[in-house]
Design a protein around this ligand. Structure first.
Ligand code: PLP
Length: 392
């Protein structure tokens, strides 16, 4: 059911066996990417094959890495709607401002896509226990899919992670350990305390979370009738969704599903943690660790993304850019969009809206262009932000 052939290093192209658990390239230590038999897939798999399939990300199963149907651990992830921001958009003079509502995923964030894939494939490869350092939503998603798979999960979080993320993980029965500092400190603690049998599903050190997030790209294409938007604005932490969508566009072109036209990819970060923006502005191909990272958009609090070079590569190749917005802009955007269009965005999603404002001021976008934003999580998971917003 899958056209997966092997894993390939994103830097040195060394091939790796996908039937065994794999992390990074054994030759150079960089991220591995899944490769498929696209020549055969092009002959056998057309967009018409999709009709009548279920409304989850598994409708693209031939282009996903799980080999056997019975290894899929699904909680109904993906195929989320694309909604127009009609009133908010018209205030800005934008005719086609749209948001993919990822808050409707299991565990209330799009981390479900990646962790669903990672847990399913890990179990298929015989992994017995899972672990991850996380700034919040990845922990909840891992805990849920690990529970569904019947595998123990060990989750390392900064001790100031929002309480709802901690309680969510514990509710699914995960072993949660709180670590002083940032996600990078949580990762260091995990590497000290880790049992050799635990499999680390850190994004892009594990090759399949990006395959889950890749389905964003397939869905956007299908939902927009195989005509991609002009601009994609993506809230970038580790950059998994950005890398995944860019990969999906390439695969779909080789399948003959779309043409060569690509959206301009815009990476949005928070002014309190903007390593990708700083690197983009300096014309560099990788980023530097961002000291004292701080933002209420916890999903964007990633001081150094492991596969930053792939994010920066996609942004530049697409003719896009990287922009930072402040926490103040994020908070005021949440209430404006909520009262205008009835969508309670998460701070990361609100950051993409604030970035569009900036792009208009800088004349980086035309009012007639089709702009797609991502609301990557449910606003309801951010009780501290809602309290702040309401002066409580
Ligand atoms: C993790 C996360 C992000 C960042 O996603 P990446 O693909 O790793 O860049 C954005 N928003 C939310 C809500 C997240 O949980």
């Amino acid at each position: 059911m899958s056209y997966l052939t092997h894993l390939e290093c994103s830097v040195c192209s060394t091939a790796h066996d996908h039937t065994r658990p794999q992390t990074v390239c054994t030759a150079c230590g960089r991220s591995l990417l899944a490769r498929y038999d696209l020549v055969r897939a092009k002959k056998e798999l057309g967009t018409k094959n999709l009709s009548g399939r279920g409304a989850t990300m598994w409708r693209y199963r031939e282009m996903l890495p799980v080999s056997r149907q019975e290894h899929i651990i699904s909680l109904g992830e993906g195929f989320t709607p694309i909604l127009p921001l009609t009133k908010f958009g018209s205030r800005l003079g934008l005719r086609h401002l749209m948001v993919k509502e990822e808050g409707l995923n299991p565990t209330g964030s799009f981390k479900a896509r990646g962790l669903c894939m990672a847990v399913s494939k890990a179990r298929e490869a015989g992994v017995q226990e899972l672990c991850v350092p996380t700034a919040g939503n990845a922990g909840g998603a891992l805990a849920a899919y690990a529970a569904a798979a019947g595998l123990p999960a060990h989750i390392f979080m900064p001790d100031d992670t929002p309480e709802v993320n901690i309680l969510e993980c514990r509710s699914y029965g995960a072993d949660v350990r709180l670590v002083p500092g940032l996600i990078s400190d949580a990762a260091a603690a995990m590497n000290r305390e880790k049992d050799p049998a635990w499999f680390d599903v850190s994004t892009l050190k594990e090759p399949y979370r990006v395959e889950g997030k890749k389905t964003l790209g397939y869905e956007v294409a299908e939902q927009m009738n195989w005509d991609l938007p002009d601009v994609i604005v993506y809230p970038t932490g580790g950059g998994t969704g950005m890398i995944g969508m860019w990969k999906a566009f390439d695969e779909m072109e080789q399948l003959g599903w779309i043409g060569s036209k690509r959206p301009r990819m815009v990476a949005v970060q928070s002014a309190g943690c903007a390593p990708i923006v700083r690197a983009f502005d300096a014309g560099e191909s990788s980023s530097q660790f961002w000291a004292n990272a701080s933002t209420l958009a916890s999903g964007l609090r990633v001081p150094k993304a492991f596969a930053d070079y792939l994010v920066l590569g996609a942004v530049s190749a697409s003719g896009g850019c990287a922009l930072a917005v402040t926490d103040e802009q994020i908070v005021s955007t949440i209430s404006q969009v909520a009262s205008a269009d009835g969508l309670l965005l998460c701070p990361e999603g609100a950051a993409t809206v604030a970035a569009v404002n900036q792009m208009l001021e800088l004349k980086m976008v035309e009012q007639s262009e089709r702009i797609l934003l991502f609301n990557t999580g449910s606003g309801l998971k951010y009780i501290e932000v809602l309290r702040h917003l309401n002066g409580r």
